[in-house]
Design a protein. Structure first.
Length: 55
């Protein structure tokens, strides 16, 4: 079996396709989690106003 044919058969195999799909889902999750972290950082810039004491 030639090396080129092995690579083509590897790409066509179902376990390889599942591995690629899982890798893409993990990368998508990392991207989404990093995006939410930026939104939280933006919320931290809000100034805190201390409530007036009740007397």
């Amino acid at each position: 079996m030639k090396k080129d044919l092995f690579i083509i058969e590897l790409i066509k195999s179902p376990p390889f396709k599942i591995l690629i799909i899982l890798a893409l889902l993990i990368l998508l999750g990392v991207f989404i989690s990093n995006r939410k972290e930026r939104a939280v950082k933006m919320k931290e810039d809000v100034l805190y106003v201390q409530p007036k004491p009740q007397n």
